[in-house]
Design a protein around this ligand. Structure first.
Ligand code: HEC
Length: 297
């Protein structure tokens, strides 16, 4: 059965070329699919790296501030003493009579992000299941992730729609270190506890726009390669089918000549036979004639 099928393929030129065109299309389609998959994976990885580096930069800044136990600055309208910072030495007066207030890391980062929004396209957000500042309360996604941190989770990423736009959200656990104890020990935290999480939301729109550009060029290049392949197959198909017609014609011509030869041979053989018959008849007649002359003499 199989052998007959392949025989058939070998014999039928259109079927053979149809199969080649199908294989070519599957190959090109497969390569396109694989490349599109790699590309979107790559886009996602780039966004993940952006979110992670944004978080680690903010994290190091906060750790630096924590290591100093916060930083004293001049209080003014823009930087009033933090009402959530409950420390006796929050507000101090220098020997020269200058007032200073202590900025905790969360406060510093918040102000930096507000004052230089251009440098902070991607904002990080710190949150906790037990927030000192109610403004730091987690949203539903952050709450879910914070619970996974309590169970030992490390890093969580998810694509979410925020105001109808796609965002990559990432959150890392925020662990209590010695420097944090000065302000957070009174809430009952110990070094090594999960104090909360620090998250970042990277807008995927610019990444997706670039992604679309890549997709278009991938589809174009594959489309062109596919067409070139099909045209090449078409050309060889035409040449091959032309050759087989020529072969057929040559075969027919040969057959015709062979037939002619046979017919001619038959004719010649017939003619020779007839000549032989005539010669015999002739000889017989001559004999008769000779014997007649004999008799009369
Ligand atoms: C100088 C005091 C101070 C230090 C040091 C400090 N924090 Fe805070 N932290 C605060 C205050 C006050 C708030 C709440 C008010 C705010 O948002 O400014 C806060 C807020 C937070 C929040 C947000 C949730 C909430 O409770 O509002 C997290 C998470 C947090 N801190 C973690 C840490 C970690 C981890 C460290 C150590 C690496 C640390 N903090 C060091 C004072 C401090």
């Amino acid at each position: 059965m199989e052998a007959r099928y392949f025989d058939c393929l070998l014999v039928s030129l259109p079927r053979r070329y149809g199969l080649l065109a199908l294989i070519w299309s599957v190959l090109v389609g497969g390569s396109l699919g694989w490349n599109l998959h790699l590309k979107s994976q790559n886009t996602m990885n780039t966004a993940i790296v952006a979110a992670r580096s944004n978080i680690s930069k903010d994290m190091s800044f906060r750790k630096w501030a924590s290591a100093h136990g916060g930083v004293y600055v001049h209080p003014d309208e823009h930087t009033p003493p933090n009402p959530y910072l409950d420390l006796p030495e929050r507000d101090v007066i220098t020997k020269n009579g200058k007032a200073l207030t202590l900025m905790n890391p969360a406060y510093m980062l918040r102000q930096m992000q507000e004052d230089f929004p251009g440098d902070y396209g991607t904002k990080s957000h710190i949150t906790s299941l037990k927030p000192l500042n109610p403004n730091n309360a987690p949203d539903s996604w952050e709450r879910k992730v914070l619970h996974t941190f309590e169970q030992g989770g490390k890093e969580v990423t998810e694509v979410q729609q925020i105001d109808g736009q796609p965002y990559l959200r990432m959150m890392l656990p925020f662990i209590v270190e010695q420097g944090c104890m000065k302000c957070h020990a009174q809430q009952g935290y110990k070094v090594g506890d999960i104090r909360g999480g620090i998250g970042s939301a990277v807008s995927l729109s610019p990444y997706l726009a670039r992604d679309r550009g890549f997709s278009t060029s991938l589809m174009l290049s594959h489309g062109i390669a596919w067409l070139i392949g099909l045209v090449a197959l078409g050309v060889t198909y035409r040449r091959d089918s032309g050759l087989s017609v020529e072969r057929q014609q040559a075969q027919q011509k040969l057959q015709h000549q062979l037939d002619e030869l046979l017919r001619f041979q038959k004719l010649t053989v017939g003619r020779e036979l007839r000549m032989k018959e005539l010669a015999e008849e002739n000889a017989a007649l001559r004999n008769q004639l000779a014997s007649g002359r004999h008799d009369s003499a």
